[in-house]
Design a protein around this ligand. Structure first.
Ligand code: ASP
Length: 337
């Protein structure tokens, strides 16, 4: 029997047209193009339906609400399709891919996010290839995880990062090899692909307060005092190298960290390097973080760390469990699995 795929269109450059204010998503456009492709009745192509979101977004406007909506779309129609292709803007695609990987527990079908740097309506574009190859992978290969396909590479969603605002090769997965490469043939790295889950379970995200703080030379910690409130559940610190932050010379860092600890905020330390791991405690300059009970984000992307915090807080775990699970691989987001 031929495979059936659900294309969920959320917005992004792929389906945008030019307006006097710049590129904007156009309702109905992707559906029209895909309907024309469908009419060609090409034997390689799977059968598919298009589910277009009522409000198509530039992905800069993605939030927990939309992540919940996309995850619900998948869960609601899970039994009717063999896989899902999500059309999404590139700016926050890695965040959505990471979020969905945590929300969709026990996934046994492919969910591929894709989009483009050049809109589909332009004659020279990367949209057509990204879209068609994503449909072919979804329907012909067994990749039961949330992935991101872009410029001929298939990445694990929670390992991907947007690395270029103008190259067609806009994504990379610096700490994990691609799951597949589409050249003349589509070749998958089978032993990296995760095993299918047994039963799908949706974990919707609550809107907990999570923040990201990027360290830079001369940082004045007191400027961030106002965000350190008991409402702040999780803080991802983008530290230097292996997890170092400027040593405290005037007590301001110690004060901020003490307050975070008193408030029960989970502090996760990721590296601001493109590649590699943050392991607090390797250098003396991360001692203040250790004293405040911060946990290492290891080789997780900031996108994965942020969405994992949303996930763990939505599961209502206590603080110790959340700290422990931040360092445990749940969906292939961390380590070598
Ligand atoms: N601003 C666009 C978006 O993220 C960029 C893109 O799709 O490439 O929706």
């Amino acid at each position: 029997m031929s495979k059936k795929v659900c294309v969920i269109h959320t917005g992004g450059t792929i389906g945008m047209l030019d307006t006097k204010f710049g590129y904007k998503p156009k309702k109905g456009f992707i559906k029209k193009v895909l309907t024309e492709i469908k009419k060609l009745n090409l034997s390689d192509m799977p059968d598919f339906d298009v589910l277009e979101h009522d409000v198509l977004l530039d992905s800069t406007n993605m939030s927990v609400n939309e992540w919940n909506m996309i995850a619900e779309n998948i869960v609601d129609s899970y039994d009717r399709y063999d896989g899902f292709v999500i059309l999404h803007g590139t700016d926050t695609m890695a965040y959505t891919a990471s979020a969905l990987s945590f929300m969709l527990e026990g996934l046994s079908k492919p969910v591929i996010l894709t989009g483009s740097q050049i809109p589909l309506y332009l004659i020279r574009n990367d949209a057509r290839d990204n879209l068609i190859t994503s449909l072919l992978i979804t329907s012909n290969y067994n990749v039961p995880e949330v992935t991101l396909f872009f410029n001929n590479k298939l990445y694990r969603g929670n390992r991907a990062k947007k690395i270029s605002s103008d190259d067609l090769s806009a994504f990379d997965s610096p700490n994990f090899p691609p799951l597949g490469v589409a050249g003349v043939n589509i070749v998958l790295n089978e032993n990296l692909i995760r095993n299918p889950g047994e039963e799908l379970r949706l974990v919707k995200f609550n809107k907990n307060k999570i923040a990201v703080l990027k360290i830079f030379p001369g940082i004045q910690y007191e400027l961030f005092e106002s965000i350190i409130t008991p409402d702040l559940k999780g803080l991802v610190i983008e530290a230097y190298g292996t997890g170092n932050i400027p040593d405290d010379s005037d007590g301001k860092l110690a004060k901020a960290l003490r307050k975070l600890e008193e408030n029960g905020t989970v502090i996760v330390v990721c590296t601001q390097c493109y590649k590699g791991s943050a392991i607090v405690g390797q250098y003396a300059s991360s001692k203040e973080l250790i004293n405040a009970g911060a946990v290492s984000g290891y080789d997780m992307t900031v996108e994965a760390a942020v969405t994992k915090l949303y996930y763990l807080f939505s599961m209502d775990y206590d603080q110790d469990t959340i700290k422990r699970m931040m360092g445990t691989d749940l969906r292939g987001e961390l380590g070598l699995s």
